[in-house]
Design a protein around this ligand. Structure first.
Ligand SMILES: [Zn+2]
Length: 428
């Protein structure tokens, strides 16, 4: 089973927009109400049964069961009679809203962090239609139940053999832009990729965004920093307006628009970088960075701007799509170890050159870290041990024997690929 998410831009008219905003607001209230029930029940169970607590009492009787997803979902039809506003929304949209709360709650129990929170006005930004009998996308229109035909920019068609499973409507930039995430599914099995072809290790950093073990690097564009002054100006304009006035709302939209633009350019850069890495190699190793920890550290603003977590997850996705193998390796001490002799070389973050006192190996710090990532990656992949020596010599089988090409330059890989393609063409 193969499931993919395709995102498209939606262009609802004014009436549809106000309807969708109303739905979001009602969904938010349903979410908050369900969360209140859950929290009350939990609070009532915290007081010991044989004594009274000064803070908590059994405000809910002892025999009342836990407000599970099933119970809260079953309570929706009754609530609709009491609050006719709920009946205006598609029933499954309300059910998925309750489901969303319980998904968060169940995740919280598993991970022991991330307790669901109440959503403030404007914080609830999406709702889901979980089921479609027929394909809702026809030409340039998306047919949503109870909303009607909404104009969609179908910039890439839904591939043959796929059916639409669910549709999530997203509001962005303070509900001035609308998107839709269409989940499509097909009954095909995708094989798992094993390590093959040229292998590279990459090191992510703030001085250079990315360094490959062969020494090539990608500079770090400063998405937020370059537009910081503009953002500040727009925020100041908003601060001068009277809160909740029309002009204030306009100023908030411009700020949200700029944030949306920054996020878009960053994602575009990440995708392009990931594709260029997949052009170079078929096996990619990267550090398993703790992105959350980095975003709380001393250089948090730069780390958030570089968004390493997003890049790694996008790289994983691009590798899967392009048929490349991707693996994360243990990041501890990659920049403190010499890739040549494995000696521990302690150096502060300000020292940008790796100079090993044991073997005298000297290279840029990030490059040494990338080589270390590659070595660790190759060590972790058992089957590759025989194919690659420590000196990274790649053995590519060609029809008329074997050719050994040192990995290091892009042209070597490309030349070899061409040779393979020519050999294949000649065989055909
Ligand atoms: Zn050394």
């Amino acid at each position: 089973m193969l499931t993919l998410n395709y995102t498209y831009r939606l262009y609802p008219d004014a009436k549809q927009q106000s309807l969708m905003k109303e739905w979001l607001e009602t969904c938010r209230q349903v979410y908050n109400h369900s969360l209140r029930e859950l929290k009350d029940w939990l609070a009532s169970r915290k007081c010991p049964i044989d004594r009274c607590s000064l803070e908590r009492e059994y405000i809910i009787q002892a025999n009342v069961p836990f407000p599970s997803y099933q119970r809260q979902q079953d309570a929706l039809p009754k609530a609709k009679k009491k609050f006719p506003r709920l009946a205006e929304i598609h029933s499954q949209v309300l059910q998925t809203t309750v489901r969303r709360l319980h998904d968060t709650w169940e995740n919280f129990q598993k991970r022991e962090f991330g307790f669901p929170r109440f959503k403030k006005y404007g914080q609830f930004k999406s709702f889901v239609f979980p089921q479609f009998k027929t394909n809702p996308v026809t030409g340039w229109k998306l047919k949503l139940p109870k909303i009607g035909d909404v104009r969609i920019n179908l910039h890439r068609p839904i591939p043959d053999g796929f059916i639409v499973k669910q549709v999530r409507v997203l509001s962005k930039a303070r509900s001035t832009q609308w998107y839709v995430v269409i989940t499509i599914e097909s009954d095909v099995s995708v094989p798992k990729f094993s390590p093959h072809g040229r292998a590279i290790g990459i090191d992510l950093g703030l001085e250079r965004f990315l360094t490959v073990d062969d020494g090539s690097s990608v500079e770090r564009p400063k998405f937020l920093k370059s537009l910081k002054s503009k953002l500040r100006l727009l925020q100041m304009r908003g601060a001068r307006c009277q809160k909740r006035s029309n002009n204030w709302e306009k100023a908030q939209v411009t700020v949200a628009d700029l944030h949306h633009h920054i996020a878009n350019t960053r994602k575009d850069f990440h995708l392009k970088t990931a594709h260029s890495l997949c052009d170079q190699a078929q096996t990619i190793f990267a550090e398993d960075l703790n992105a959350v920890g980095l975003n709380r550290g001393m250089l948090c603003k730069d780390c958030v701007d570089a968004s390493f977590g997003q890049f790694l997850s996008l790289l994983e996705w691009v590798c899967w799509k392009r048929g490349a193998y991707f693996a994360r390796v243990n990041p501890s001490g990659t920049s403190q170890t010499c890739p040549e002799c494995k000696a521990y070389v302690s150096k502060p973050l300000s020292e940008r050159e790796h100079l090993c006192p044991e073997c005298g190996y000297s290279v840029h710090r990030d490059c040494a870290a990338a080589r270390m990532v590659l070595l660790r990656g190759l060590e972790s992949v058992e089957c590759c041990r025989t194919e690659y020596s420590v000196r990274q010599t790649l053995v590519v089988p060609v029809d008329n024997g074997e050719s050994k090409v040192p990995v290091g330059s892009r042209s070597a890989g490309g030349e070899n690929l061409g040779k393979r393609r020519r050999a294949r063409n000649a065989a055909l």
